[in-house]
Design a protein around this ligand. Structure first.
Ligand code: HEM
Ligand SMILES: *[C@@H]1O[C@H](CO)[C@@H](O)[C@H](O)[C@H]1NC(C)=O
Ligand SMILES: *[C@@H]1O[C@H](CO)[C@@H](O)[C@H](O)[C@H]1NC(C)=O
Length: 510
C-alpha cells in the first residue's frame, strides 16, 4: 500500500517541482523585463528632459491622445504649445523626438545619422536592404552605383513613356465616367505610376494597367503600408517570433510573398532577355543604362559586387518607392486642384497655350509651366507624399537654440507638421501657389517633400517630371471637382494616403 501510494506522490512531487521552477523562472523573467522597462524609461526621461512633452501615461504613452487615424492632425493641435519639437511617447519605454522646425531639420539633415531600426526595420522583410534602408559604406556604394540611372540623358526619353501611361489611365477614366462621374483616384493613379516605373526603370515592354495581375501587387503594397504602421504602434508586435504568430503577422507575410512574386518575375524576364547576346551587345553600347541594367550588369561584370539578395532588395525598393510616392503625390495634387477651381483653370490655360491641342508633351515643355509647377509645389507642401522620416542619433546633437540630445535617441523628421507650422508658413492651411513664385523667400529647410542632405530622394527629378506630365495631361482632358460627401482624411502610412479614398467628380472637357 505504502509503495503503491508513494508512486503518485513522487510524480506529483515531480510535477510540483517543475511548476515551481517554471514559476520561479517566469518571475525572474518578469522582474528582468520590469527592470529593463524601468531603466530604459529613466534613461529616456533624462535624455529628453530639455524638451517638454504633452502629458502622457507612464505605461500607455500618448496612446489616448493620438488616435490611430488622427496622428497628423494631432500634431497640428499641439504646435502652438510646442513650436519646434516634442517627445512623442509610444509607450512607457519607447519615445522619440518629433521635430518640425526648419533650423532643427537643417541641423539633423546636415549630419549622417543612420535610419532608425524602430521605424524602418519593419520594412525590411518587404523591401530588404535596398538604398532606402541601407546605412554606412554599403549605402554609399549603392548610391554611387545607382546615381547614373537618374542622369538627365536617361530621364529625357522617360517623358514619352510617362505620357503614354497617363493617357492609358485617362482613356480608362473617360469610359468609367459615362457610368459614374465620381472616381476613386488613388487606385487608378497607383496602377498608372506602377506602369510608368516598370517601363522606365525596368525596361518592361507592356502596359500593366490593362492586365489583371498587378492589382494584387498594388493591393499588397496597400496592405503592407497599414500592417507596418500598426506594427510600429503596437508594443506586443515588436518581436519577430511573436509577430509571425499573430493574424497581422501572417497577413504581412502573405502580402510580402505577393509583392516578391511581382518583382521576381520582372527580374527573371529581364535576365532571360539579357541571355540573348544581341540584346546584351545593345546594352553595352548604350551610353546610359537604365536602372535594372545597371544592377544586372554590375553583377555580370563583377560577380562579387551584387548578390541576388541585394539585387532583389534594390528592385523591391525602387518598385515601391518609385510608384507609391508618386501615386500619393499625383492624387493629392489633383485633389488640391479640384478644391481650387480658379487655380485649376489657370494651370489648364497655361498648359493649353503651351501644348495647343496636340497634347504631346516632351522634356522641353516641363520647365515652361511655371504656374502649374507652383501649384504642384504648394500641393506637395500641404500634402507631402512622404510625411515623416526618422533617424537614430549616432552621436550627441545640439540644436541652434542650445538644447541637446545624447547619442541613441530617435528623432522623427515630421515634414507634414513642418509644412503646416504657422511659425514657418503664414496661414498654413490656405492653398496659395504664390508662396512658390519666383523671388519669394523661404528658409532653406522650410519645404522638404524630398527630404534634404546626402540622403535626400534619389528620384526627385524623375518624380517632378512625372507629376508635371500627369497633371498637365489630366487637366487638358478633364475638369475636376471635389465630392462633398466624401472628404478625404489624410493618414500617414509610409506614404500619405487617405483613410477613405480620394474621390473626385470628373467631367470630360470639349
Ligand atoms: C513625389 C514623389 C516622391 C517623394 C515625395 C519622395 C520623397 C522621398 C523622401 C522624403 C526620401 C527620404 C526618405 C528617408 O529619409 O527615409 C526619399 C528617398 C528615396 N526615394 Fe523618393 N520620393 C518620391 C519619388 C521617388 C521615385 C520616383 C523614386 C525612384 C524612382 C524614389 C526613390 C527613392 C529612394 C531609392 C530613396 C532612398 C535614397 C537614399 O537613402 O539614398 N523616390 N524619397
Ligand atoms: C489585402 O487585405 C485584404 C483584406 O484584409 C485581403 O482580402 C487580401 O487578400 C489582401 N491582399 C494581399 C495581396 O495581401
Ligand atoms: C568586385 O568589386 C569588389 C568591390 O566593389 C572588389 O573588391 C572585387 O575585387 C571585384 N571583383 C572582381 C572580380 O572584379
Amino acid at each position: 500500500m505504502s509503495v503503491f501510494m508513494s508512486i503518485p506522490t513522487g510524480v506529483l512531487g515531480g510535477i510540483a517541482g517543475v511548476l515551481q521552477v517554471i514559476s520561479l523562472l517566469s518571475l525572474v523573467l518578469l522582474l528582468f523585463k520590469v527592470a529593463q522597462f524601468y531603466l530604459h524609461r529613466q534613461w529616456l526621461l533624462k535624455a529628453l528632459q530639455q524638451f517638454p512633452s504633452p502629458p502622457s501615461h507612464w505605461l500607455f504613452g500618448h496612446n489616448r491622445e493620438f488616435q490611430k487615424n488622427e496622428e497628423l492632425q494631432q500634431f497640428l493641435k499641439w504646435i502652438d504649445k510646442f513650436p519646434c519639437a516634442f517627445p512623442r511617447w509610444l509607450w512607457g519605454s519607447n519615445a522619440f523626438l518629433s521635430v518640425y522646425d526648419p533650423d532643427y531639420m537643417k541641423t539633423i539633415l546636415g549630419r549622417s545619422d543612420p535610419k532608425s531600426i524602430d521605424a524602418y526595420g519593419f520594412l525590411r522583410p518587404w523591401i530588404g536592404n535596398g538604398l532606402l534602408l541601407l546605412n554606412g559604406q554599403a549605402w554609399f556604394q549603392h548610391r554611387r552605383m545607382l546615381t547614373p540611372a537618374f542622369h538627365y540623358d536617361i530621364l529625357k526619353p522617360y517623358v514619352g513613356l510617362m505620357a503614354n501611361s497617363v493617357q492609358i489611365m485617362l482613356d480608362k477614366w473617360e469610359k468609367r465616367i459615362t457610368q459614374d462621374p465620381y472616381l476613386e483616384l488613388f487606385e487608378h493613379v497607383s496602377l498608372m505610376t506602377l506602369d510608368t516605373i516598370m517601363k522606365c526603370a525596368f525596361s518592361y515592354q507592356h502596359s500593366i494597367q490593362l492586365g489583371r495581375n498587378s492589382h494584387s501587387y498594388i493591393q499588397a503594397v496597400g496592405n503592407l503600408s497599414n500592417l507596418v504602421f500598426s506594427r510600429m504602434r503596437n508594443a506586443f508586435y515588436q518581436n519577430d517570433v511573436i509577430y509571425r504568430m499573430t493574424p497581422d503577422g501572417r497577413s504581412a507575410h502573405h502580402a510580402c510573398q505577393i509583392a516578391h512574386k511581382h518583382t521576381d518575375q520582372v527580374i527573371k524576364q529581364r535576365k532571360a532577355h539579357l541571355q540573348n547576346e544581341i540584346e546584351l551587345e545593345n546594352i553595352r553600347k548604350k551610353r546610359h543604362l537604365d536602372f535594372l541594367d545597371i544592377l544586372l550588369c554590375a553583377k555580370m561584370e563583377n560577380g562579387s559586387s551584387l548578390s541576388n539578395e541585394d539585387l532583389r532588395a534594390e528592385v523591391d525598393t525602387f518598385m515601391f518607392e518609385g510608384h507609391d510616392t508618386t501615386a500619393s503625390g499625383i492624387s493629392w495634387i489633383l485633389y488640391a486642384l479640384a478644391m481650387h477651381p480658379k487655380h485649376q483653370q489657370s494651370c489648364r490655360e497655361e498648359i493649353q497655350s503651351l501644348l495647343g491641342d496636340r497634347a504631346i508633351i516632351t522634356w522641353d515643355h516641363l520647365d515652361q509651366m511655371p504656374y502649374t509647377t507652383m501649384c504642384i509645389k504648394e500641393a506637395l507642401r500641404i500634402y507631402p507624399p512622404v510625411p515623416i522620416v526618422s533617424r537614430v542619433l549616432s552621436k550627441p546633437i545640439t540644436f541652434p537654440d542650445g538644447r541637446s540630445l545624447p547619442k541613441g535617441i530617435t528623432v522623427s523628421l515630421n515634414f507634414h507638421t513642418l509644412h503646416h507650422n504657422p511659425k514657418v508658413w503664414s496661414n498654413p492651411e490656405v492653398f496659395d501657389p504664390f508662396r512658390f513664385a519666383p523671388g519669394a523667400v523661404q528658409h532653406s529647410h522650410a519645404f522638404l517633400p524630398f527630404s534634404g542632405g546626402s540622403r535626400n530622394c534619389i528620384g526627385k527629378q524623375f518624380a517632378m517630371n512625372e507629376l508635371k506630365v500627369a497633371v498637365a495631361l489630366t487637366l487638358l482632358r478633364f475638369e475636376l471637382s471635389p465630392d462633398p460627401t466624401r472628404v478625404p482624411i489624410p493618414i500617414s502610412r509610409v506614404v500619405l494616403r487617405s483613410l477613405n479614398g480620394i474621390y473626385l467628380h470628373v467631367k470630360k472637357l470639349h
